[in-house]
Each structure stands twice: as C-alpha cells, then as structure tokens.
Ligand binder design. Structure first.
Ligand SMILES: *[C@@H]1O[C@H](CO)[C@@H](O)[C@H](O)[C@H]1NC(C)=O
Ligand SMILES: *[C@@H]1O[C@H](CO)[C@@H](O)[C@H](O)[C@H]1NC(C)=O
Ligand SMILES: *[C@@H]1O[C@H](CO)[C@@H](O)[C@H](O)[C@H]1NC(C)=O
Length: 425
C-alpha cells in the first residue's frame, strides 16, 4: 500500500492531479480575427496520456459570432498543436490543397451550434481518447459565418471553443458518434427525400442516447430509425432549423446490434428557383443524422464507420439491396412530419425532371451500379468529414450537367420531330 500512496503523492507533488480527479481542458481560439465570411479555424491538442476519458463538454461560444463549434478526434491533426489553421470547407471547386481538421483518422465527438445548451453524457459514459486509442489528437473547429465584428470599426477578436471535462479513471461505458449522410440534389420548388440506410455489420451492441440533425436552410425534418425484423423504431426526428444540438433519442434504451439496419431520411423543400445539391458551402445543402451512442463494453464502432448514400435522384430506400429486410411498408407515417405538424411533407419531384437516368453515357460512371457506388463511397469517404463533401459536390454537378445535356438533346429531338411533322403535313 505504501508504494502506491507514495507514487500518488509524488504525482501530486509533481503537479499531476490524482487520476480520479476531474480536470478541465480548454480548447479555445487565441483571440482570432477572421476577416472573410465563412472562415473555419481549427486548433489541435495532443492527448499525451495513453487514456483520457472525456465525460462532458462545455461550449464557450457566442452564437452571434460562432456559427458552430465542432470537436473532432484525429489520429493525426491537420496541423500541429500551437497553430491555428484555416480548416475550411472548400468554397470553390478549384480549391486545391487545404488542411482539414484531421490528416487521418477523423471522427466527430461533439457538435454545438446556434446557442444550443450543453450536452451531458449519461452517467458512467465517456469518450476514450489518448495515445493508446485511435484518437490521439483533438481538434476544435469554429465556423465564423459573420465576421462583421472583426472588421473596423469594431476590430474585435474571438476566443470561442470548448472546455472538456476529463478524468483518467475509465468509465464503465464508452461513447461514440455514428454519422449518416447523403449526397444528391433537389430541383427548384419541390419537396424531395434524401435517404440512406446501412446494415450494422460489427458484432457489438450500441445504445443510442442522443441524436443531432444537420441541414442548411432547406431541411424541414430529418428522421432516423432502427429497423429490426422489418419493424421501424424511431431513434430521433427533428426540424433541423431548431438549435442544432444533440437531443435525447425518442426511444431511450433502444439497442442496435449486428444485422439491424439504421435508416435516415432528410425531407427537404427547395424554396429557391434553382436546383440545390449537397455540398460544402452555405449555398449547398447537407443531410446529416448523427447518432451518439454508448456501448456497455468497449470497443465502440470504428471511428470512420459512416453510412452514406448517393441521395436523390440516384438512391432512395427503395434502392436498398435487401428490400425484404428493410420492409418499406414499415416506414412510419411520421417519417416526413415536422414535429408539431400533423401532415407529412410529401415528395413531389416531377418524374420529368429526373428522366432516364439509365441513359448510356459512354465512359461515364453508372451511378446506378452498386459496386461502383460502393467503390466511390469507400474511396472518397475513407476519411469522411461530413462538412467536406467536395467529391459529392462535383458528382452532383456532373449529374446536373448530364441532366441539362439530356434535356437539351430531348428538346432538340422534339423540335426536330415537330419540324418533320410540319413538313409532312
Ligand atoms: C453580422 O453581425 C453584425 C453584428 O456584428 C450584424 O449587424 C449583421 O446584421 C450580421 N450580418 C448578417 C448577415 O447576419
Ligand atoms: C411541392 O410541395 C411544396 C410544399 O407543399 C410546394 O410549395 C411546391 O409548390 C410543390 N411543388 C410541386 C412541383 O408540386
Ligand atoms: C435527456 O435524458 C436525460 C437522461 O435520461 C435526462 O436527465 C434529461 O432530463 C433529458 N433531457 C430532456 C430535455 O428531456
């Protein structure tokens, strides 16, 4: 007993708090002054110890300045600790290299936006980070949407970020975040469904306890489900225009195990006069459903285990390979009901708009081919950042160009036929 006591005492004397004591780690911006709207700034710290357990988050941010604050876990950060770097989403197609939040092994641990209250993890649940885990660094990212405050005459600066509550005593249960997201586009003045579904392949049991939805301005309701034996059970459903925090799940205690399907739908209403695609800027859209879960016994899901689909007009739940298992008859009537409303927002994209997506396009990838879809998903989203959907953005643009070209061809064909008919008459 004595040596133990002694070593604890020595630790204490050397400035290390005893391991069971809670510690706070600040991850704040050092008085930054971004001058370009939609700037994303990142700052990293190395988790020096083998294991540190994060048991809570306290956001320190002013919603009028910071549009969101995200905490990423990384194997390797986008830049070394001590630096503040631009970890922005690409705003132009040609944006060449840029350092994202992580160089490798990226996962999202926490997200705060628009004055959301703080998330408390359930008792005995923590995120395990540190040198002996895949999360060796933490990166805080702040999105500065409106930079008026930093320009003359105010010339202000900002120290937004997060305070983490940590301990060195392992908690019994461990938390993780699973992300579901889609690509895709929706035409002007329509309601469209962005759908995604994946089967849980790892042989572990996760218990979702909080969920978060994210879209830009066109999202109306985002819902997520567990499908087991053809029965759909709601994990969460929210209007993404509400504060984008993690909310308690609809069905506490629900488990998800190998063989279950996780499915999510974003119902979007394009109120603009043009097609909007999933992409990285504020003018694009996003369809993300985050599930925060815990496991009673580690491991958690792999950090980059995402679920994503190509989205409309290429992929819907009806395109899921095992239809019997997904059982679309079981989709709850409320899947597209904005909480509080009494009727669903119905998809009303005209078939004409997305005509003939089977057209042969020589040398072009066939987006309906599943193995191709798998390949691009694996390749492009190996290290997916839900904010970093450049590849999809390009894909969506390409799809759009294809559609426009087909439309022109079709119009010309009609003109030609009319001409012929008129000549015959
Ligand atoms: C940006 O913030 C300033 C105050 O700092 C406010 O007056 C202005 O309306 C905001 N702009 C937008 C586009 O929200
Ligand atoms: C689709 O539904 C929305 C919402 O009800 C409506 O505003 C829009 O005009 C509809 N569009 C079409 C093409 O029917
Ligand atoms: C969320 O769940 C926790 C734990 O079950 C509970 O303490 C808390 O009050 C709930 N919050 C809301 C807003 O329902």
């Amino acid at each position: 007993m004595v040596p133990l006591l002694l070593s604890v005492l020595v630790c204490g004397l050397m400035g290390h708090p005893p391991p069971w004591k809670e510690q706070q780690i600040n991850m704040l911006m050092p008085g930054v002054k971004p001058t370009v709207p939609d700037t994303y700034l990142c700052k990293s710290i190395k988790m020096e110890d083998d294991h540190t357990y994060i048991t809570g988050f306290i956001p320190n941010a002013d919603a009028s300045i910071a549009h969101h604050v995200l905490l990423y876990g990384c194997e390797e950060p986008g830049a070394s600790p001590g630096q503040v770097w631009d970890c922005g989403e690409m705003t132009s197609k040609s944006a060449g290299h840029h350092a994202g939040p992580c160089k490798s092994g990226q996962s999202i641990l926490y997200a705060w936006a628009m004055e959301a209250p703080r998330l408390t993890l359930p008792p005995d649940v923590s995120f395990n980070v540190g040198q002996a885990t895949p999360t060796k660094y933490l990166v805080v990212q702040v999105h500065y949407k409106n930079v008026t405050k930093f320009l003359p005459p105010e010339n202000g600066e900002d120290s937004s970020g997060l305070t983490l509550i940590t301990t060195h005593v392992p908690t019994e249960k461990q938390a993780g975040v699973y992300i579901m997201l889609t690509a895709g586009s929706l035409p002007a003045n329509t309601v469209e469904y962005f759908e995604v579904a994946c089967e849980m392949r790892q042989d572990i049991e996760i218990i979702p306890f909080a969920f978060r939805t994210h879209a830009h301005s066109l999202g109306r309701v985002i819902s997520g489900y567990r499908v087991r034996d053809g029965v759909w059970t709601e994990i969460g459903r929210k209007d993404p225009r509400l504060p984008e925090m993690f909310y308690n799940v609809t069905t506490p205690g629900l488990t998800v195990k190998r063989g279950d399907i996780l499915a999510a739908r974003c119902t979007m209403h394009d109120t603009t006069d043009h097609t909007v695609s999933i992409g990285a800027t504020q003018n694009d859209e996003m369809c993300n459903f985050y599930i925060m879960y815990y496991v009673n016994k580690p491991p958690t899901l792999e950090a980059n285990d995402y679920c994503m689909s190509a989205g409309p007009p290429t992929w819907y739940w009806k395109d899921y390979p095992d239809q019997e298992k997904l059982n679309l008859k079981g989709v709850p009537d409320t899947a597209s009901v904005i909480p509080g409303a009494n009727a669903p927002l119905k998809r009303n994209v005209s078939q004409v708009y997305f005509f003939n997506s089977n057209a042969e396009e020589e040398g072009m990838p066939d987006l309906l081919d599943e193995s191709f879809a798998d390949e691009i998903v694996n390749q492009a989203f190996d290290d997916l950042d839900p904010q970093d959907l450049m590849y999809l953005y390009e894909l969506a643009e390409w799809q759009q160009q294809q559609r426009e070209q087909q439309q022109r061809q079709r119009e010309e064909e009609i003109k030609f036929r009319m001409l012929m008919r008129n000549q015959q008459v």
